[in-house]
Design a binder for this molecule. Structure first.
Ligand code: ADE
Length: 239
């Protein structure tokens, strides 16, 4: 997947390109990142990318021209069929089903805004979808873009090592994750649950599912309401 990023701060993205699973996915060519900085599409001496808002008020708004030129250059690299996504709190809130949808796209152009936002006409002209990572306000779209890239990358076949798998992720079945333990088997008097030492894979699988269901009921009942539980899940839930 090619992901073109339009941002005034491309250096921020080293946190995903230099570390962990996202880094390996990039090294293995599963994900390719490239950057377009609107400043490079300015023609004035100060490389101006923002201007005062019509109607007054605090803050500045990102101007159309440098940002539009940057988006079009990004699209030329990512492919004309690439989805252009603007990260903003006004967008559709990103959840795992949304991440799954995005992971099926061939290529993406991610537009990270700064200041109070971007000129609305640019959204009308160039943006295919607006996505939010949650109901809070960040200082710019870069962190949101990185969250989206990280979550999508995990779902690209081959991105997770064979010991890991996206099917085992919390939320893959819409439930919260079960608890995890490693050595030592007793720590400050707290023992690892016996079942995990039993070697009985079927019992372990059922215990984990039970734990995931219990936690979801107690911590996030809102998630359960939207789920269609399978027969086994319904049975465990009623026990
Ligand atoms: N930009 C600023 N806040 C944001 C949010 N919550 N999600 C996506 N982009 C943003």
């Amino acid at each position: 997947m090619r992901i073109a990023i339009v941002s005034l701060f491309p250096e921020m993205f080293s946190s995903i390109s230099d570390y962990g699973i996202t880094r390996r996915a990039m090294e293995n060519g599963l994900v390719e990142l490239n950057f377009w900085n609107p400043r490079q599409f300015t023609s004035d001496k100060h490389q101006t990318v923002d201007d005062r808002p019509y109607g007054g008020g605090p803050g500045m708004v990102m101007m159309i021209q440098p940002l539009r030129d940057a988006i079009q250059a990004a699209k030329a690299w990512a492919g004309e069929e690439a989805k252009v996504i603007y990260l903003s709190p006004q967008g559709r809130v990103l959840t795992q089903p949304g991440v799954q949808e995005l992971a099926t796209e061939a290529n993406l152009v991610l537009v990270a805004g700064r200041y109070e936002g971007i000129d609305e006409r640019l959204i009308e002209l160039e943006v295919d979808a607006e996505w939010s990572i949650g109901d809070y306000v960040l200082s710019g779209g870069e962190l949101a873009a990185m969250v989206l890239i990280d979550a999508v990358t995990r779902l690209i076949p081959g991105a997770l090592g064979h010991a890991q798998s996206a099917e085992q992720d919390s939320f893959s079945d819409g439930l919260l994750d079960c608890p995890h333990y490693t050595r030592p088997d007793v720590y400050e008097g707290r023992a690892v649950p016996d079942v995990l030492m039993s070697g009985n894979h079927e019992r372990i699988r059922r215990w984990r599912l039970q734990q995931a269901l219990d936690r979801t009921v107690r911590r996030r009942p809102d998630l359960l309401e939207k789920l269609e539980l399978n027969e086994e899940q319904q049975k465990l839930l009623s026990e």
